[in-house]
Write a protein that binds this ligand. Structure first.
Ligand SMILES: [Zn+2]
Length: 256
């Protein structure tokens, strides 16, 4: 009987050992362990990374007064463009042609970029959602000029390896941000510069509608007309809601 029990224990240990050994290389396990980072380049330019996957939003490096990086330093597989003003579409064509990155933007902008020799393009329209290798992108409304004939300015909800980020683009405050907030946002990237977009007061109202876990202010201090103290915005938001505001210096990175 004891011999039988001992044999059973050995078999059990071997079986468990094999199954534990098989569990180690589980791709989901490794996926969760890989950090997702966000780097700010000033104005509205961000890079998201996860392992070897890199995505840039509104790439404006050439002429960006923060001078964090040169467009030649950017190596990405995806480029998101919210609208065709120079401080957003900026270096999109150049980076796309050099790296072969896929440009995700409105139909009007992808058509314009095709005319400039960009070939890897994914056109979308406001309200549409599409799955990509990194997660998904949903294009949202933005109240702003499009910079291209017949087009509309956009924002994006981006699910990047499970982190949900709302990039408002350049926009005024609008009530439908309450619906955008239903996506359970981890981060909201909101313009606070005023004059061309929401200012700090309206951006504070936007936080109340979006209810993200964290807020990052963007689109300020690049132009005499967008001069702001982001600390004032932080104080306003944090005194009204239990939501932290992260002020990112251009060039800074955070792990999401
Ligand atoms: Zn702008």
């Amino acid at each position: 009987m004891l011999k039988k029990l001992a044999l059973f224990a050995v078999v059990l240990c071997l079986t468990l050992g094999v199954s534990l050994a098989q569990a180690a290389p589980d791709p989901l396990f490794n996926w969760a362990k890989t950090p997702t980072t966000l780097t700010f380049y000033g104005q509205s330019t961000f890079v998201l990374t996860h392992g070897e996957t890199r995505l840039i939003i509104d790439p404006w490096l050439t002429g960006n007064p923060w001078k964090v990086a040169s467009a030649d330093d950017i190596d990405v597989q995806y480029i998101l463009v919210s609208h065709a003003h120079g401080d957003h579409i900026g270096d999109a064509a150049g980076i796309a042609k050099r790296t072969g990155a896929k440009v995700i933007s409105t139909s009007e902008i992808t058509r314009m970029l095709a005319g400039q020799g960009v070939t890897n393009l994914h056109p979308m329209s406001i309200g549409g959602k599409w799955n990509f290798e990194f997660g998904w992108v949903k294009m949202t409304n933005a109240i702003h000029g499009s910079g291209v004939a017949g087009g509309q300015a956009a924002g994006f909800i981006i699910n990047f390896y499970g982190k949900v980020i709302y990039f408002a683009g350049d926009t005024a405050l609008f009530g439908d941000m309450a619906y955008i907030g239903k996506a359970n946002l981890d981060y909201a990237l909101l313009p606070i510069g005023d004059n061309y977009t929401m200012g700090p007061e309206d951006a504070t109202e936007a936080v109340g509608l979006l209810k993200p876990k964290k807020v990052i202010p963007i689109h300020y201090n690049t132009n005499p007309l967008t001069k702001q103290n982001p600390q004032d915005f932080k104080k306003m938001v944090e005194s009204r809601y239990n939501i932290p505001v992260l002020i990112m210096n251009p060039g800074a990175s955070i792990t999401l």
